[in-house]
Design a binder for this molecule. Sequence first.
Ligand code: SF4
Length: 463
Amino acid sequence: MGILTHEGFELTPRADEAEILVVNTCSFIESAQKESVDTILEMAEHKKFGAAKKLIVAGCLVERFRDEILEKIPEVDAVVGTGEVERILEAAQGDLRVLPAAPPAFLYHELTPRIVTTPRHAAYIKIAEGCDHPCTFCIIPQLRGKFRSRRFESVVREAENLAAAGAREITLIGQDTTSYGEDLGLRDGLALLLEKLAQVEDLLWVRFLYAYPNRVTQKLLDTLAAHPRLAKYIDMPLQHASRNVLARMKRGSHGDAFLKLLERMRATIPGVSLRTSFIVGFPGETEADFAELCGFVRAAKLDWMGVFEYSDVDNAGSHALEDKVDPEIINDRRNRLMAIQKKISRKNLTAWKGRTAIGLVEGPSKDNPLVWEARLEGMAPEIDGKLYLTDIELPSGETAQTGDVARVEILKTDAYDLIGRVAELLPRREPRANLASVPTPRVAPPTEKLTRIATGAPLRVLA
Ligand code: SF4
């Protein structure tokens, strides 16, 4: 979006008024592929009956089915894979239809034009791309290429720019954030990066997602503990707890080692919130393996947990494994595991009742028009529970605004969410710059040119 805007294209979230439709696809699991294909077909209708003159398919689906997309959906004018993001301009302006498949190597930097699609107060920064781990259920290394880190200074510069433009929270992402810097010759690269970002004054919280268990070093934990701006929060997908299943996943380790690591995290970082995710129904997962996982979840008492049902993807290593688990059993295991966690979460959250804490105000709730939402330090955007605010007005008449930092009083607790009210508003920080990553168009495009692009994400609401 940044590249296109930079060249004078105008963005619209409305597919019916766009002259160029861009569907940015996902290909991680079967349901994501289906959603991507459904959206492409739906957008193809706009090309037949609406204003659209061009349909471009971008993203991971292209890395897997480049030729098939063009062959089976003739309405598609061009495909742009994850390694060719910069070619989007050629696809939009010219005749680019298909590029020869090459290992994905694209990685943006602080000067790459970027449109930040999240609210101004909470931005994501990708610090690395690709992955070198061999997890048998995962095709991300095939789709995203080998692990490569962004330059240290590039990430710091982007964080400073975002903070100057009003971001109060930065979330660092990448398929394998805990390996950050290894390819640059840095030791404990993520810890060093976090240490540096913890000095950016306008930020309230810096967090990172997706720690790989055996890459979590004591230095990383000590760094999180030492800096107030670093969110006391660790998301570490464990995938399973049984030695047998983890070996078949090619992830090694086992539940007892994970429990020790969690204990070390809690001892080093008092009050840390811990999140993980598991896959149930992996080929060869016996009832005994699943029971081991249930035992682990009961013992770990994590703050947040996600459970994914195993889904067979034809070019993943696990596709060839025998002893596939019946989909009904998989679904039942997911429900059983979530039921265990629900009780743990409900109990964990009761400790919050009557307490006050610092929250980042997110604005009116999408779930319920009568309340607002906020998040605490231990709640990452979009994935964890929320703090619903029933009252955002202070006795002085002042009301909270989106992006405010507030002291909130927790009044009630539920299984996954908290309910509270704003007790005090902390001083606001006015943005000192426009989003540096959103350049203004250099030249107004001639009116006869295709100038309006509909982007994939907002279009999904139409599906
Ligand atoms: S570490 Fe994550 S991205 Fe890398 S192969 Fe394993 S599951 Fe996939």
